[in-house]
Write a protein that binds this ligand. Structure first.
Ligand code: UD1
Ligand code: MG
Length: 449
């Protein structure tokens, strides 16, 4: 049975008090929208349609960055959730099977819950995701009779008796595509908000003699983000879950509460993460790696046995092969470090490749930027770069070559050669002592003045 996803993301989110569309605020380093898309992706949907409105261009860009096959539909005016779904009819033309409607601002709905909704479709034409609310507030209420869902009543339109119901509407709906669009087309806007409510499809289905049912999930899954405070609370919930998952997967963390994950962080078993490590988007770490305290990693791949930090920064495009060592106060960007290469202290390696076993001395810099363009530094296997070497790119250092400490390397170094590019040392016997005596005398003289 095929499934298509519709993600509603046209709302402004005025309570975020932001110039940025609500669904683009980040959670675990990824836009809120990506979380909803990822939950739905577990169903291997035939089509994914994102409804944009406020900040449409930016929202479309983020949706396509997450899933290049997603279709974007623009809702020019936000006339309600049913109106939003109706805009999608053409984009789902010819898609057989079920449609699941998700909200772009509701990031925690799990793949298991969505699977349970699909399963419940065997018994009901329309399946709604509900939850028992601790504080039902302004949520829509689910009016049931036995295991049947009769209708959904929005808070604004509810009687006191209906407001006493604690079984609430999450907003997630599943129905057969053709049935869904027929029902949605019938929805009117004669209600307290003057909006086209998607929730009205339940009563419309019942009026046709179709059955509607409820699947429930924990309230935590239905958490929607409306304010910065809710975003911060959601971040805490996301991190707690990501830490628990990493521990379950066999990652050791000494102080998990100080480690921050992104939506797509992947870490192999027996890797050790020390305290105060932050993972930005796009990080994969294989088994048995050691990420020491106070590191920031983003867009990088760390292989088995590699050691990073303390105090290291791995930026996008960093690829560390097995047993590489990256030590304190080292920044690496867009660089490939082959097996066993070492950059242990105070260095910047950008737009570079290091051969296997290459050793980079303390304070080395790949001078990759000329103010206009970026250039590459290539260092061969087994090369030894002396401390405080400036490698002015583009430049190539051959295998097993060496550079003298303090060299400014502007020309290629052949394999096996030693490059010295610094002033020759001259010693002047006794000159330091004489100079100091003269300076002390000058200072004493100036005090008498
Ligand atoms: C909706 C439900 C309510 C449910 C609640 C759960 C309706 C009528 N009500 O109410 O029963 O308890 O969610 O959070 O559906 N959107 C569009 N285009 C529109 C209107 C909304 O794309 O024209 C999007 C919004 O960006 C948002 C989602 O749909 O992602 C829900 O809209 P919102 O206005 O938040 O609905 P609620 O009033 O919260
Ligand atoms: Mg809402």
């Amino acid at each position: 049975m095929s499934v298509s996803l519709v993600i509603l993301a046209a709302g402004m989110g005025s309570r975020m008090n932001s110039d940025r569309p609500k669904v683009l605020h980040p959670l675990g380093g990824a836009p809120l929208l990506a979380h909803a898309m990822q939950a739905g992706a577990a169903l291997e949907p035939e089509r994914v349609v994102v409804v944009t409105g406020h900040g449409a261009e930016a929202v479309a860009k983020a949706a396509l960055a997450h899933d290049p096959d997603a279709r974007i539909v623009h809702q020019g005016e936000q006339l309600g959730t049913a109106h939003a779904v109706l805009q999608v009819r053409d984009a789902l033309e010819g898609a057989a099977g079920d449609v699941i409607v998700l909200y772009g601002d509701t990031p925690f709905v799990s793949a298991q819950t969505l699977t349970a909704m699909i399963a419940a479709r065997a018994h009901h034409a329309v399946v709604v995701l509900g939850f028992e609310a601790i504080d039902p507030g302004r949520y829509g209420r689910l009016v049931t009779a036995g295991d049947r869902l009769e209708r959904i009543v929005e808070y604004k339109d509810a009687t006191a008796a209906e407001r006493a119901i604690t079984l609430c509407n999450s907003g997630v709906v599943c129905a057969d595509a053709s049935v869904l669009f027929e029902l949605v087309a019938e929805v009117g806007n004669a209600n307290a908000a003057g909006e086209y409510y998607l929730t009205d499809i339940v009563a419309l289905a019942r009026a046709r003699g179709l059955s509607a049912g409820v699947v429930t999930c924990p309230e935590a899954e239905t958490l929607g983000i409306n304010t910065r405070a809710e975003l911060a609370a959601a971040e805490a919930a996301f991190q707690a879950r990501a830490r628990a998952e990493a521990l379950d997967n066999g990652v050791t963390m000494i102080a998990p509460e100080t480690v921050f994950f992104a939506l797509d962080t992947a870490i192999g078993r027996d890797t050790v993460i020390w305290p105060n490590v932050v993972f930005g988007p796009g990080v994969t770490i294989e088994s048995d790696a050691d990420i020491r305290p106070f590191c920031h990693l983003e867009g990088c791949h760390v292989s088995r046995g590699a050691q990073v930090g303390p105090f290291a920064r791995l930026r996008p495009g960093t690829e560390l092969a097995e047993d590489v060592r990256v030590g304190n106060f080292v920044e690496i960007k867009n660089a490939i470090l082959d097996a066993g290469a070492k950059v242990n202290h105070l260095s910047y390696i950008g737009d570079a490749s290091l051969g296997a076993g290459a050793n980079i001395g303390a304070g080395t810099v790949t001078c990759n930027y000329d103010g206009v363009m970026k250039h590459r530094t290539e260092i061969g296997a087994g090369a030894f770069i002396g401390s405080d070497t400036m490698l002015v790119a583009p430049v190539h250092v051959g295998a097993d070559a060496m550079t003298g400490s303090g060299s400014v390397i502007t020309q290629d170094v052949p394999a096996g050669a030693l490059a010295l590019a610094r002033a020759r040392q001259v010693n002047k016997p006794g000159l330091a002592s004489r100079l100091r005596a003269r300076l002390l005398a000058l200072k004493a003289g100036s005090r008498e003045d």
